[in-house]
Design a protein around this ligand. Structure first.
Ligand SMILES: Cc1cc2nc3c(=O)[nH]c(=O)nc-3n(C[C@H](O)[C@H](O)[C@H](O)COP(=O)(O)OP(=O)(O)OC[C@H]3O[C@@H](n4cnc5c(N)ncnc54)[C@H](O)[C@@H]3O)c2cc1C
Length: 392
């Protein structure tokens, strides 16, 4: 981009706000940054409905390196995001992820572990005796082993992270407009402006699509097809009479996952692809918990036979149909139109590295800190999927 050009970011969730922050905190950047966010309460976006999970255990080197930066960022978050020297607290609780495997998947788990340790992750393989000793409340009879993150994994308050990026970005001069973007002005292979629903025209040197589950609509305004769809996911919270000590975020071989949340627990599960339609409502299917999730919880943790369902919420993944991984960078033909979309279930934890990466692409036309070019837009056209085994 040309020096001093204005950047317009559509979407002020954790991704758009991180990009705004990293741009404005770059010493050499002198453009104006405007974030358009139509839902200033942040009630309906994915971020505030996230589980807030952070993990190192991916199987794509780039995803692992993204998580390593997340860790570095979280351990020094006050230095990055403090406004007026006020410490930043996003309630990060480091308790590990435990991936469990039956016989038929144990070699995959070993392979993942080898790759993760090769990338510098602090992750340990456990056999069934280790599991029974470390987690005496767990039924290990049908398991062959597990993989536990010993550091750099846990969960945080997603809304707080979004707000911390936002507040810091504003303190650096980013303008947040509580408006709805409604169109793009495209001239040939350039986007010249973003049109708002009230008729305002915002001219732009570059535009970033950070619209979460609505990313495909934003792309469509420039006649670009983007296979990112809204897919509903639940969080069911329940209480258990018995104390379950030292519980990490557990991922059962069935895909059901659970973790503590204060004195209660959260549980969820992604449906099979054939039962996962596009969906924009927030209705909760309690039958799904009763029939699908609870029996697996009770099998894995006998104390979960007697639980009380306390609450539930629904949110939406911005689901990348091709490979459920991030889509990052400029469109191959429209070089001033940037994408940061399709994060599916791991965009919250990827937000620091994504913000840094997109800000580098906008300023320098290349990645400087971490090469994320594999996540480019072109693969959505060529169908060159990135195979990440640990999609939750
Ligand atoms: C139930 C659930 C659990 C999850 N758990 C995890 C987890 O444990 N760990 C993890 O890393 N990730 C998790 N995720 C995924 C994570 O929440 C998302 O990947 C991440 O929040 C995406 O951030 P975003 O900024 O792209 O999207 P959003 O937070 O949705 O922000 C996009 C924003 O764009 C705005 N917008 C859209 N269109 C327009 C427009 N035309 N004009 C103006 N504004 C517009 C929207 O209002 C919205 O606020 C989970 C998601 C869900 C639903």
């Amino acid at each position: 981009m040309q020096k001093g050009e204005d950047i317009v970011i559509i979407g002020g969730g954790v991704i758009g706000s991180s990009i705004a922050y990293f741009l404005k905190s770059s010493p050499g950047f002198d453009g104006a940054v405007t974030v358009i966010e139509k839902d200033p309460s942040y009630e309906f976006g994915s971020t505030a409905r996230s589980w807030g999970g952070v993990r190192q255990q991916f199987t794509t080197p780039e995803n692992i390196r993204i998580s390593q930066f997340t860790q570095e960022f979280l351990s020094d978050i006050t230095r990055y995001l403090a406004v007026d020297d006020t410490p930043v607290n996003v309630n990060y609780y480091e308790a590990g992820y435990l991936f469990l495997a039956e016989d038929r998947h144990i070699w995959q788990l070993y392979g993942n572990n080898l790759l993760q340790r090769g990338e510098g992750d602090n992750v340990s393989l456990l056999d069934t005796e280790d599991l029974a000793r470390g987690f005496p409340w767990m039924n290990v009879s049908d398991l062959a082993g597990g993989s536990l993150g010993l550091s750099g994994e846990g969960w945080l308050d997603a809304y707080s992270l979004n707000q911390a990026f936002r507040k810091k970005a504003i303190s650096l001069g980013v303008a947040y407009l509580a408006k709805e973007a409604a169109g793009l002005e495209r001239r040939g292979n350039r986007i010249n402006a973003v049109m708002l629903s009230d008729g305002t025209r915002l001219s732009a040197g570059a535009v970033v699509n950070a619209a979460g589950v609505l990313a495909a609509a934003v792309a469509g305004w420039a006649d670009i097809k983007l296979d990112v769809r809204p897919r509903k996911r639940y969080a069911f919270s329940f209480s258990c009479r018995e104390e379950i000590l030292g519980c990490p975020l557990v991922i059962d071989p069935s895909g059901v996952h659970f973790r503590p949340e204060g004195k209660q627990f959260l549980a969820g599960c992604s449906p099979d692809p054939e039962n996962d339609p596009d969906c924009t409502d927030f209705d909760i299917d309690y039958g799904w918990f009763e029939e699908h999730i609870w029996p697996i919880l009770a099998h894995r943790v006998p104390a979960f036979e007697a639980i009380k369902l306390e609450n539930a919420w629904a949110g939406h993944y911005a689901y990348n149909l091709l490979d459920q991984n991030a889509i990052l960078g400029p469109h191959p033909d429209i070089r001033n139109f940037y994408f940061a979309n399709g994060f599916s279930g791991h965009g919250l934890q990827q937000s620091p590295a994504v913000g840094r990466a997109i800000s580098e692409l906008i300023q320098f036309g290349e990645y400087r800190s971490l090469d994320l070019s594999r996540f480019n837009f072109a693969r959505m056209v060529t169908g060159d999927a990135i195979l990440e085994h640990n999609i939750v």
